[in-house]
Design a protein around this ligand. Structure first.
Ligand SMILES: [Zn+2]
Length: 327
């Protein structure tokens, strides 16, 4: 695609397998494609959804900037007395929300990495900051009777999923067999909504697609409309990749069809909100309508990512040209 520049220098060890950073956010490199195939790069599910969420970003950034300002009030007062200091202070303040967000994203990535290790029965390095979230994850596994023995309830962990027909890719956190023993489940009493009827939520037994969300500040009941679209996109992917490390970053040489398998049907999809003091398991209706909505974002994202407007500037008015020509 035109306008898309790979940013290999921005690669991160915690990036999901096959993910590649670009100047237009995260893409995935399909290891089954030739390196020079233009269809090799697939937009990431969350990158496409960002097209829809852009409006929510400004208030979130404003909030984090305000919090930082309150934490640095004496410095702000001092800087306000001198125009040069003020300019430097504002410059510093403007960068703070991004630092905060990167820090949060980093913690989230570490929690995901440990959850993956737990799912695979692999060892992991103790991480003080991540540990409360990991405890909550273990609590979820116990409460939901997830059998962690190999080949039992955990079917996949952190696997790349691709839809080549439509052209997108993502990473699915957990596929787990869950047994609720009842077709619907009640809501945890303290989270019962006041404004709408608290219906029982469908909880069929079977394979569930679960996405982990971590936050230090949001409630365990937090859900956003982009979650539903994200789950729908992951659920409707066609193939899952289980590649050895050699295929990381989309290297194609060692990749073959034995690394790929069909994405199964899921009985349900859910968000698992991990918090430092517990968790919330929230089934969400990631149905055909949600998938349609997600699909609708793809042309928008491709259009915006391919748009090059730097050459477009105000032109001279025709009157101006006429006068000069006459002179
Ligand atoms: Zn592979």
């Amino acid at each position: 695609m035109s306008g898309l520049i790979l940013r290999e220098d921005q690669r991160d060890d915690y990036d999901p397998q096959h993910a590649v950073p670009t100047n237009k956010g995260r893409y995935y490199s399909d290891p089954a494609c030739d390196p020079d195939d233009p269809n090799r790069l697939l937009i990431s599910v969350t990158n496409a959804i960002d097209q829809h969420m852009i409006e929510a970003l400004a208030p979130a950034a404003a909030r984090d900037t305000a919090i930082w300002l309150m934490d640095n009030l004496p410095a702000a007062m001092r800087a306000a007395a001198d125009p040069d200091d003020l300019e430097a202070f504002i410059k510093e303040a403007k960068g703070q929300y991004r630092l905060q967000w990167d820090k949060k994203a980093d913690l989230g990535s570490r929690v995901h990495a440990i959850a993956e290790a737990i799912n695979l029965g692999a060892p992991y390095i103790h991480d003080e900051e991540a540990e409360p979230f990991v405890d909550s994850y273990r609590e979820f596994l116990t409460d939901f009777h997830v059998d962690m023995r190999p080949g039992r309830d955990i079917v996949a962990a952190e696997c790349t999923v691709i839809n080549r027909t439509i052209g997108y890719a993502g990473t699915s956190d957990i596929w787990a067999k869950l047994r609720f023993g009842r077709p619907t489940s009640p809501i945890v009493p303290k989270f019962r909504p006041r404004a709408v009827a608290a219906d029982l939520i469908p909880t069929p037994d079977g394979l569930w697609l679960i996405d982990i969300k971590t936050s230090l500040t949001k409630a365990a009941s937090s859900v956003y409309d982009d979650y539903v679209m994200q789950l729908a996109a992951l659920r409707h992917a066609e193939v899952a990749l289980v590649c050895p490390p050699e295929c990381r970053y989309g290297d194609t040489a060692g990749h073959d069809s034995s690394h790929e398998f069909e994405v199964p049907e899921f009985a349900g999809t859910a968000i698992l909100n991990l918090r430092t003091n517990g968790y919330g398991f929230i089934p969400l209706p990631a149905d055909a309508t949600a998938f349609e909505a997600f699909r609708g974002l793809l042309p928008l994202a491709h259009y915006v990512h391919g748009l090059e407007l730097r050459g477009y500037k105000p032109i001279q008015p025709p009157t101006n040209t006429a006068r000069r020509d006459a002179a």
